[in-house]
Design a protein around this ligand. Structure first.
Ligand code: ARG
Length: 560
């Protein structure tokens, strides 16, 4: 139940809407005062009275019921106490009934959200810079699906551009089929790096010619291109599998080759194209932006041209409610520009395009540069984290079975959670020790809490919990109950703000509250009625933490 909404429906103030009242309701700093509070000074103007008088008057007009046990006026605030056992009963019953669907809803039913994320570049390294887009996009994908939307995951492959000409040129010079087949994407990348280090005028010219051959449909050039592409995709798909990341479409930039012509015609018809030094542009000066380049002077299309064609294609194909682009903030201008061009073309849905921008991830121990080949591959970060997780798990509990499997969940989880925990726009420095700490705000901490809850439940054996006569929960218990009740609204807010970090923070918060309860209250040795309630609470926490981590793509080991 959404308590704020419920309370707002009880309080009537002429001239103030229920939504406004709901938005004003806050959590008091001290739960002795109440569980929710409505500050009344904001109604002083419409009601022409002092906040103290208003609170007194409203307190008399709201009668306690099964949900609200007490209403009181204190210094211009209207304080509400919730019927604690009523809430506990309701939340536990809901979680028991909904299980892995707890927190889901159907608010999005009938709506499609396209999410463009990860969007790797073919034949280039899949490096730590792709971590955030991959895990943020994937979490949003899961969150939207959980809320009843149809999410469409799109990997807008970077498979267009002169680098493919360079690759073919490098391969023809130095490459060996078996070696590349064996070395996969790393061998392909080595060729690319070598080209960039050694290329002279002549090789650059050759590379442009090979690119032209790909474009004009030359068989050999296209076969090589497709081969490089499949080597890259085979490689990244293994990483996606480890991270539990899914896509519904791999339509990359090249897919739009034959879809740009009509866009250019439309731009021209609408009088939006201008010539500038031989190139075709859309002037965006009135909007305070540099021009959006549509065609280069040699007639070649650009990144923005393909994005405009892609947006139109997505609208026609999926009729999206929103189309999200999970891309680093460095590309802010690019998105503002092509969104504007679509708006100028009269696409009223341009307002539904959202650039979900995020900050940079760097590693504690090193900078990186793509061109010279000094990159940190994402795969290596994951493997290193899993290795370290193995050592940590082994130290803590050497007798465990399936230590490898557990270490995979812990290590992969730590990489994902490390990238998701902070507000997405922040730059972050990735530290192995920090993300793998049992103490900090980490997935390891949450997973360990789950293992603790699971072990309590296991020791209890079969439980037949009678939730009908729950005694008034104590403070620690009630904090857990309230946190459990807040999960569904947390998921909704995470989607509204495009912030999976809300779910990550929620999981840590619930785990902390559970641990406080666990250390302060006996569970297995409590008297029977209390024991049943505490076991049910423990089960509900485990279920909800699993649901929360699941939305981020993180699994929970049974034991740790
Ligand atoms: N491949 C691009 C890059 O690595 C990201 C593409 C993002 N998506 C888009 N529709 N522009 O920078």
């Amino acid at each position: 139940m959404d308590y704020k909404k419920y309370i707002a429906s009880l309080v009537k103030v002429d001239g103030v809407s229920e939504e406004e009242i709901c938005a004003a309701i806050a959590l008091p700093p001290n739960s002795q005062m109440g569980d929710y509070a409505l500050p009344c000074f904001r109604f002083a103007k419409v009601m022409r009275k002092s906040p103290v008088a208003i609170a007194d008057e409203l307190a008399k007009s709201v009668a306690p019921d099964g949900v609200i046990s007490q209403v009181s006026a204190v210094n211009g605030y209207l304080n509400f106490k919730i019927n604690k056992s009523g809430l506990a009963r309701e939340v536990l019953a809901k979680i028991a009934e909904e299980g892995e669907r707890y927190g889901s809803s159907d608010v999005g039913s009938g709506r499609t959200v396209c999410i463009d994320y990860s969007s790797v570049n073919i034949a280039k390294p899949f490096h730590i810079g792709h971590l955030s887009t991959t895990v943020l996009g994937s979490a949003l994908y899961k969150i939207y699906n959980f809320l009843g939307y149809r999410a469409v995951g799109i990997n807008h492959l970077g498979d267009y551009g002169t680098q493919f000409g360079k690759l073919i040129s490098a391969y023809k010079r130095w490459g060996d089929r078996d070696e590349v087949e064996k070395g996969g994407i790393h061998a392909v990348n080595d060729l690319y790096v070598r080209f960039n280090n050694e290329a002279d005028e002549e090789m650059e010219r050759e590379a442009r010619e090979y690119f032209r051959l790909i474009e004009s449909g030359d068989r050999e050039a296209n076969e090589l291109f497709e081969w490089f592409k499949s080597l890259t995709l085979d490689y990244v798909k293994k990483i996606y599998e480890r991270l539990d990341v899914h896509f519904d479409s791999y339509a990359g930039e090249r897919f739009y080759t034959d879809k740009m012509g009509p866009v250019i015609d439309e731009l021209r018809e609408k009088g939006l194209l201008k010539e500038s030094n031989g190139a075709q542009i859309v002037d965006l000066e009135p909007y305070g932006m540099p021009p959006c380049l549509i065609l280069r002077s040699d007639g070649a299309s650009l990144y923005a041209t393909r994005d405009i064609a892609a947006a139109i294609y997505r609208k026609n194909t999926y009729d999206f409610y929103k189309c999200l682009y999970v891309v680093a903030y460095q590309q802010n201008l690019h998105f503002r520009q092509f969104f504007k061009v679509l708006e100028l073309m009269g696409k009223e849905w341009a307002k539904d395009l959202v650039h979900v921008a995020y900050g940079m991830v760097s590693l504690e121990d090193g900078a990186m540069s793509t061109r010279k080949g000094k990159v940190v591959w994402l795969e290596d970060v994951i493997s290193k984290c899993v290795e370290k997780a193995y050592a940590v798990v082994n130290e803590k509990n050497p007798g465990l079975e399936n230590k490898r499997e557990i270490a995979e969940k812990v290590g992969v989880g730590a990489v994902i959670f490390g990238a998701l925990y902070n507000n997405k726009i922040k730059d972050i420095t990735f530290s192995y020790d920090r993300v793998l700490s049992f103490e900090g705000e980490t997935s390891v901490y949450v997973q360990y809490t789950c293992a603790r809850a699971a072990s309590v439940l296991e020791k209890a054996g079969e439980t037949a919990c009678q939730l009908t006569d729950i005694a008034e929960p104590g403070d620690e218990e009630f904090e857990v109950v309230k946190s459990l009740a807040a999960f569904p609204e947390t998921v909704v807010e995470a989607a509204e703000k495009y912030e999976p970090s809300y779910v990550a923070r929620y999981a840590v918060d619930l785990a902390q509250k559970f641990n406080k309860f666990y250390f302060d209250c006996k569970i297995l040795t409590a008297e029977e009625g209390v024991k049943q309630f505490r076991l049910a609470l423990t089960g509900a926490v485990l279920r909800t933490l699993k649901n929360a981590l699941g939305l981020l793509g993180i699994g929970v080991p049974d034991k740790m």
